[in-house]
Design a protein around this ligand. Structure first.
Ligand code: SF4
Length: 374
């Protein structure tokens, strides 16, 4: 393992966001679409609302499909705008029903989403915000990819639309009476979402619009490894009012967190917890702490006691996630009895703990594994 001083907390991207002469309308907000329709088509603003419904409600891939626009508007749209969609190039299904989608975006970028069935209540989709990651968490397969670039807004929202398209195709193939819906979204795939703040914020606005995917903001959670300035911004801006925040904590001492999450050398545990204290009170009550349990690293009874001392003031939920092993690291998942021992100690100290069952072990569901293979 590298010495802490050799580690870089934040990596720069290899590439910027993909640029095109044509407008990628799927990344436009509703107001931007209304203004664009007026400016470029000489049309009334409500044409922008119609375009919004085609792009986000019906997930169309060309101007031709917008049948309530005139032929002249459609051909001008086709010449000015880009309707590119992601390519689904691999769908791996696990025995437990979890599906991992490997997707290709602009300029051949490869990234992943994970579609997780919630028995009786639709699906949760775990989506990516970057190609690779700007951070270097030692337990993470994505980190080994380096940081290629941030995802554009349309590449973030189309992950949801690709997964919904897949569910619709399956409903047709199986003759199901209704199509299962994606009800919950978590930004816990590839990338640190708060380091791609602008695109993630815009994507949340698009995905929660009732004329689009219509996913309630209260069912959307953004996970952060502890990017303190962006967490403060999350609190200052509208996001904190109703979007969930999950903090990937994973250690109870700075020495251990420095070693497994180098961002901690920049913003340590005390600074991170201070940023959470600064969130609006309603949000602060609902913070989730993620704790990836690593054998011999952060899974002792003393860790459990320290964890309770660190976070119990927040009246929070702690998600304990037994590590999902992958080929990029020698770290291991603790034995079942150690997991039980850790959780028992946390609960005895008063913490509300959920153990997140490892999903899709047989398809490499640890974030970044399929992209790594590509
Ligand atoms: S765990 Fe998340 S923040 Fe850390 S390197 Fe992996 S993708 Fe990035």
């Amino acid at each position: 393992m590298l010495a802490v001083s050799e580690l870089v907390a934040l990596r720069p991207p290899r590439r910027g966001l993909p640029r095109s002469d044509r407008a990628q309308l799927r990344g436009f907000s509703r107001d931007e679409l209304r203004a664009w329709a007026q400016r470029e088509l000489g049309a009334p603003a409500f044409r922008g609302d119609q375009m919004f419904e085609w792009l986000h409600g019906r997930r169309i891939g060309s101007a031709d499909a917008m049948t309530n626009l005139s032929h002249a508007d459609r051909s001008r749209l086709a010449s000015l705008a880009d309707f590119e969609r992601l390519q689904l190039d691999l769908c791996a299904t696990a025995a437990d029903g979890t599906r991992k989608l490997r997707l290709r975006g602009a300029l051949g970028a490869v990234f992943e989403s994970v579609l997780i069935p919630n028995p009786g209540r639709g699906y949760t989709l775990c989506i990516s915000s970057m190609v690779g990651c700007s951070l270097t968490c030692r337990f993470c397969a994505t980190a080994t990819l380096g940081f290629d670039r941030n995802l554009a807004t349309w590449e973030i929202v189309d992950q949801v639309y690709q997964a919904q398209d897949l569910l619709e195709r399956e409903a047709v193939e199986t003759g199901a009476k209704w199509t299962a819906r994606i009800t919950n979204l978590v930004f816990m795939g590839m990338g640190e979402p708060l380091h791609n703040y602008g695109q993630v914020k815009r994507a949340i606005e698009l995905l929660s619009d009732p004329k689009g995917a219509g996913i309630s903001r209260r069912r959307i959670t953004v996970s952060s490894a502890g990017l303190v300035p962006a967490i403060e911004r999350f609190g200052r801006e509208g996001l904190a009012e109703d979007v969930g925040l999950a903090i990937s904590l994973n250690a109870t001492t700075d020495a251990t967190r420095d070693a497994i999450m180098p961002i901690n050398t920049r913003w340590n545990i005390a600074t991170l917890l201070d940023a959470i204290r600064g969130l609006p009170p309603a949000r602060r009550r609902r913070v989730t702490f993620e704790y990836v349990l690593l054998a011999g690293v952060n899974d002792s009874d003393d860790d459990a006691t320290r964890l309770a001392a660190l976070v119990s003031e927040f009246d929070c939920i702690v998600n304990v996630i037994p590590f999902n092993p992958h080929s990029g690291t020698a770290l291991r998942r603790p034995a079942p009895e150690r997991i039980r021992g850790f959780v028992t100690r946390c609960r005895a100290a008063g913490l509300a703990v959920h153990v997140r069952t490892p999903r899709g072990d047989d398809i490499g569901a640890a974030c970044g594994q399929l992209a790594l293979e590509a």
